[in-house]
Design a protein around this ligand. Structure first.
Ligand SMILES: Nc1ncnc2c1ncn2[C@@H]1O[C@H](COP(=O)(O)OP(=O)(O)OP(=O)(O)O)[C@@H](O)[C@H]1O
Ligand SMILES: [Mg+2]
Length: 617
């Protein structure tokens, strides 16, 4: 079985050229919102438990070895150096061996923990992306892409850091208990004295945590604001520059950056207050050990080695305790980030396959809108369609005409289920579109949007977007039918020319013809054309219309038309006004009998010539 056959067998409606390079995320986020953020993320950690526990185990083993060293040091001083009861070399070899093995364990644990960390990050990223790709249009109407980008980057990073490094730090803290046990074994009173500052360290950390949490939330939110401004400025750079609004935009960015800076400084201020205090409290412990330990040694209650060992233990304990402060900080940031990630993940797409949804197969292309009522989601939006009825026979070509904003594009969006109707139903071949699988529906209904979007890949790949397995010959044929071959071949690299972002290196008319070729290649039984109002010169217009008439052959076509020439491609014209069809018939009859139709047409052709004038002026 060829690659292509294999894919088509797997899902005949999904255009994928390659077997996915990445494995799917191994686990998802627990959907139960009543659980804490960490519990919800647990399945992802569990999916990598092997490398995770290997890291923790190795880290623990390494630390257990290290914690022996001060004790050996104590014995070396007391028995070998002071009392000459054992050879010094014995201790030297032991300490050396422990150091080497401990170092190796540290190496292994780091390797394993970084591997786990990046695997978790990878999974989280894929979980978010998979979720985003399932979200419906109404979601994208609402959210800002800068917010999404920042959640998919910095938020994932802080969650990942916490989930992997927190347990490691906890392991290191647990070693403090082992160290304390050794200290107790050497001298109970001195061990207690050495530890008196620890409760204060703990209390300070708690205080630090309380004051830092809101700030870390603020930082993440403001980072996203900055990302949004940058994103809009880069993708809208043509508008910004054409209004010479660079300064204004820079000010907007500066404002957002200042707000971000304020929260970072606040964060630094809090950290500067607490971290040194937490760190230096343990120095007081050292002083206390020197005073009390020194007193005990002088009076012969304790060996000299004990003081040295206590110093080493206290230093060893200081590291985890300072890291505990870091851990608290990380946990605050991770909690804030996780909230922001879950905010997205907890949103459900409204457009999903119903249980028991069937595939649309052998589509004839009969369309029927039955009493459709629709308003865009989000608050009290006005009704766009109300009691909208339209039947299109299989193979028929119907032009939709109406004033701007009358809902023509909306009709197209309902047919492809970009949105669901509020009332009534949209049917294809008698099936309610909501009873069909979304994939099969969209595979059967081709759309050429009024503002064609090209990806920054080669022209060939742009045309083959809906059917990546198409051969170059098939792509050429589609381009030829769309009247695009001529200009493509004049490009420096022909079909391999990479178009700039969104296809901006091509003209509007060229982009439109590529979009038509793209739809032609998929060859869907139902086609929707959202004709752009932009005036294109007569020569190109004619070429596009030739392309369109090729495209419209032998398939049901719904074309949103502004120009007479587009309307002439259709068998029938319907006039959309006030959310419903108010006239239906051939162009000639409507022109004769319906004054509104004549008015709408006159207006759009006036607009057209005005645009044409400004263009040629
Ligand atoms: N994503 C959206 N969210 C909310 N309202 C929308 C959205 N898209 C369109 N609308 C509103 O719905 C109405 C119909 O829009 P639609 O795009 O269908 O008009 P149209 O007939 O295609 O106009 P044009 O001829 O200018 O393309 C308009 O009033 C518009 O403001
Ligand atoms: Mg429109």
């Amino acid at each position: 079985m060829s690659l292509r056959q294999a894919e088509e067998a797997a899902d005949p409606f999904t255009p994928v050229a390659e077997i996915p390079r990445y494995g799917a995320p191994r686990a998802g986020i627990d959907p139960d919102t009543s659980k804490s953020w960490l519990r919800r993320a647990m399945p992802v950690v569990k999916a990598h438990k092997l490398s995770f526990f290997l890291a923790l185990g190795l880290s623990f083993a390494g630390l257990v070895l290290q914690v022996q060293i001060p004790n050996l040091l104590n014995k070396a001083i007391d028995t070998a150096i002071v009392a000459h009861r054992a050879p010094l070399s014995f201790y030297v070899y032991w300490i050396l061996a422990l150091g080497v093995v401990g170092g190796l364990a540290g190496y292994g644990s780091r390797l394993a923990i970084y591997k786990t960390a990046y695997n978790i990050e990878f999974d989280l990223r894929n979980i978010i992306y998979e979720h985003l790709s399932q979200m419906s249009f109404s979601f994208y109407d609402r959210v800002q892409s800068g917010q999404l980008i920042s959640r998919a980057n910095s938020d994932i990073r802080s969650v990942q850091m916490y989930m992997t490094f927190a347990p490691l730090i906890l392991v290191q803290c647990s070693i403090a208990f082992v160290a304390f046990a050794f200290m107790l074994a050497i001298s109970v009173p001195l061990a207690i004295v050495a530890m008196v500052t620890m409760p204060a360290v703990y209390l300070l950390s708690v205080k630090m945590r309380k004051s830092m949490f809101p700030v870390s939330w603020l930082i993440q939110a403001r980072l996203a604001d900055v990302a949004t401004i940058v994103d809009e400025n880069v993708s809208g750079v043509r508008v910004v520059k054409s209004f010479a609004a660079e300064d204004q935009q820079l000010k907007a960015l500066a404002r957002a950056a200042t707000r971000l800076q304020w929260s970072y400084v606040k964060d630094a201020d809090l950290r500067a207050r607490f971290t040194p205090a937490v760190q230096n409290l343990s120095q007081i412990g050292l002083v206390l050990v020197l005073v009390f330990g020194g007193y005990m040694v002088i009076h012969g209650h304790l060996g000299l080695g004990a003081i040295l060992a206590f110093n080493a233990y206290l230093l060893m304990m200081q590291v985890p305790f300072t890291m505990l402060g870091m851990l608290i900080m990380m946990s605050q940031r991770a909690a804030a980030s996780a909230d922001r990630i879950y905010e997205i993940l907890d949103e459900r797409s409204e457009i999903v396959d119903r249980p028991g949804a069937v595939d649309l197969v052998d589509c004839r292309g009969e369309l029927r809108f039955e009493g459709v009522g629709f308003s865009y989601p989000g608050g009290e939006r006005p009704r766009v369609l109300e009691g909208f009825d339209l039947t299109v026979a299989a193979g028929e070509r119907v032009a939709i005409v109406g004033r701007t904003g009358s809902g023509k594009s909306t009709v197209a969006r309902l047919l492809t289920r970009f949105y669901d109707v509020d009332e009534g139903a949209v049917r294809i071949d008698g099936h309610d579109v909501r009873d069909l699988t979304v994939r099969s529906l969209r595979a059967n209904v081709g759309v050429v949007l009024d503002e064609p979007f090209l990806f920054s890949v080669s022209i060939r790949d742009n045309i083959a977007y809906g059917r990546p397995t198409a051969s170059l010959e098939e792509v050429r044929r589609a381009a030829r039918a769309a009247n695009a071959e001529e200009f493509i071949e004049q490009l420096p690299e022909g079909y391999d020319t990479v178009v700039g972002e969104r296809g901006y290196t091509l003209s509007g008319g060229q982009r439109q013809r590529i979009a038509i070729a793209r739809a032609l290649l998929v060859n869907p039984p139902v086609l929707i054309l959202d004709d752009a109002t932009s005036a294109i010169d007569v020569h190109v217009e004619q070429k596009i219309h030739e392309a369109l008439s090729h495209l419209m052959q032998a398939r049901t076509t719904l074309v949103v038309a502004h120009r007479l020439s587009t309307i002439s491609l259709a068998d029938r014209v319907v006039l959309l006004e006030g959310g419903r069809i108010v006239a239906d018939g051939t162009h000639a009859r409507l022109l004769e009998s319906n004054p509104l139709y004549a008015e709408v047409l006159a207006r759009s052709s006036a607009e057209e010539s005005r645009e044409h004038e400004t263009r040629t002026a």
